[in-house]
Design a protein around this ligand. Structure first.
Ligand code: SF4
Length: 280
């Protein structure tokens, strides 16, 4: 007899081929649990696509009620952080912990998540959190990296075959705003990419004034040292991307792929940090 596996699902496209692959070895039930999704109508859109896919493919599907307060309460203090920082760890944990709890209380042998099919997610962190919550509930976690061996490509192709809705932001309110900002950046004459050691509110506000003078909606500040929460909040409110220096090359590649002009400057190289007084 096959072991019973509860498979956490974040969206239909990421579930497009994984449940049937796992069915070869397990009796799989999909578990759509995502209190991080903002706004509620977006949650319903993603959930209903999952229902449609499950019906078309014959997947078993469990769908607990949507309760966004769980996510909001636990991440309110991390609202202004960039993607892949602490907020995402809590987000993974909320979803995997509920999957582990449900699996434990409903007679499953193990659980897993399709989150690892996304190239935008931190696989090691997801698997580490999976192991931690598995231990807490005395159940087995099946680690994965589903994007390997063209796993992500397969998801995209199968989503097309089933005409599935593919969202263009991760899920939470912060990622929703960042998606809009990214669109703004793509519509500009050029995108400023500014590197600095540790941005302060002064840099953020100077940059905002400079963007306004140039009639640009947004730009990027990349930092070496983590800024304070107040600065992260300032950047969020001023609609500026504030991201770790590690993201610079990745952003450059994305804009190059989109044939979007960028201009770079390193604030550490200039004596007067109010470079924004001068045209680049
Ligand atoms: S960016 Fe994505 S993974 Fe991170 S907190 Fe938001 S919804 Fe969760």
């Amino acid at each position: 007899m096959k072991k019973k596996l509860l498979l956490h699902i974040c969206c239909a496209p990421d579930a497009a081929w994984i449940p049937e692959k796992l069915e070869q070895d397990y009796e799989v039930t999909c578990f759509f649990y995502n209190p991080n999704i903002y706004p509620a109508k977006e949650h319903e859109k993603r959930a209903s696509e999952m229902r449609r896919l499950a019906k078309a493919k014959g997947y078993r599907l469990a769908e607990p009620p949507f309760d966004p307060e769980i996510f909001e309460k636990r991440t309110a203090h991390l609202r202004y952080q960039p993607e892949k920082a602490g907020r995402c760890s809590i987000c993974y944990r909320i979803r995997l912990e509920e999957t582990a709890r449900f699996a434990h209380e409903n007679g499953y042998d193990l659980f897993a998540t399709v989150l690892t099919v996304s190239p935008h997610k931190l696989v090691d962190r997801i698997n580490r959190i999976g192991e931690t919550v598995a231990e807490k509930y005395g159940i087995t976690y099946l680690p994965s990296d589903f994007k390997k061996e063209d796993g992500f490509k397969k998801s995209v192709e199968e989503s097309r075959n089933y005409n599935l809705y593919r969202q263009d932001y991760c899920g939470c309110e912060s990622s929703f705003l960042y998606r809009q900002l990214f669109k703004d950046a793509g519509s500009q004459a050029f995108v400023p990419l500014i590197s600095c050691e540790k941005p302060g509110i002064y840099d953020v506000q100077s940059f905002r004034r400079w963007l306004d003078r140039k009639k640009l909606k947004t730009g990027f500040l990349f930092f070496q040292q983590t800024p304070t929460e107040a600065v992260l909040r300032e950047a969020y409110e001023e609609r500026i991307f504030l991201e770790p220096a590690d993201n610079l090359d990745w952003r450059k590649r994305i804009f190059a792929k989109k044939k979007q002009e960028t201009r770079e400057i390193n604030l550490s190289d200039v004596s007067n940090r109010d470079i924004f007084c001068d045209p680049l």
